[in-house]
Design a protein around this ligand. Structure first.
Ligand code: NDP
Length: 241
């Protein structure tokens, strides 16, 4: 029986590409989303991948959502914590709501999801946790104190949990994408993208979601069993200038 992979925020952007790539690699895949029904419906119809709505920032919703996934596909062997949001603003103007929403989805979401698949992975003696962090968690980004803090937190989470999972053959790794062509990046004004971002990417272009998806397929595979607690950087050579 093929392994089961669950991708949070899997119905569009990087998550959708991850779902498609894992499905092509032979996994039975479930895609979670937050509330964009139209995108989720279209994604499900186009790919045949089942979609499940819940909010990763809420522990009980994760529990209820995971039960539905397990019932339909079986226990989760590969969890990709990909769901993420931005609520940008300069720190002096940032509201507690902007802070809490971003920490809730981008950092607490990792606890909420991983905590609930961890016991099963330990019992079965196999698991893959893959956390989609960000270049901005590595280098910090003005206007994104909340997002940078959450994404840096994802890296600490990854390194600590990797040590706990190792004896049970559960690997925990992070991927730090640079700027990838998704709706999240399309929300950046064109002028900012052209003048402030692209000149700092040595390969001279945005990344494609599929390029991150291929990293996930590798980290999910048996071939990556010796890699845990690591951060795979995929940013077009943008070394924090
Ligand atoms: P998108 O905005 O394109 O998609 C986000 C996905 O996450 C959607 O499926 C959305 O669901 C889901 N989502 C958001 N909040 C929640 C929540 N609370 N519960 C469940 N699902 C949720 O994002 P990207 O594809 O651009 O980004 C994916 C990940 O990659 C994020 O973690 C992001 O921080 C990270 N990243 C992205 C980069 C980029 O350049 N794009 C660069 C570095 C990191 P719905 O459709 O229902 O809203």
């Amino acid at each position: 029986m093929s392994r089961v992979a669950l991708v949070t925020g899997g119905t569009r952007g990087i998550g959708a590409a991850i779902c498609v790539a894992l499905s092509a690699a032979g996994y039975r895949v479930a895609a979670n989303y937050a509330g964009n029904e139209e995108k989720a419906r279209m994604f499900g119809e186009e790919t045949g991948i089942p979609v499940f709505k819940w909010d990763v920032s809420d522990y009980n919703s994760c529990s209820e959502g995971l039960s539905r996934v397990t019932e339909e596909l079986g226990p989760v062997d590969v969890l990709v914590n990909n769901a993420g949001i931005t609520r940008d603003g300069m720190f002096h103007k940032m509201t507690p709501e902007q802070w809490n929403e971003v920490i809730g989805t981008n950092l607490t979401g990792l606890f909420n999801m991983t905590h609930q698949v961890w016991g099963g992975m330990r019992e079965r003696g196999f698991g893959r946790i893959i956390n989609i962090s960000s270049i901005n968690g590595q280098k910090g980004q003005m206007g994104q104190v909340n997002y940078s803090a959450a994404k840096a937190g994802d890296l600490g989470f990854t390194k600590a949990l990797a040590q706990e999972g190792a004896a049970k053959k559960i690997t925990v790794n992070a991927i730090c994408p640079g700027y990838i062509a998704t709706e999240m990046v399309r929300a950046i004004p064109e002028a900012v993208l052209k003048e402030k971002i692209l000149p700092h990417i040595p390969v001279g272009r945005l990344g494609e979601p599929e390029e991150i998806a291929r990293c996930v397929v590798f980290l999910a595979s048996d071939d990556s069993g010796f890699i845990t607690g690591s951060t795979l950087t995929a940013n077009g050579g943008q070394y924090f200038c």
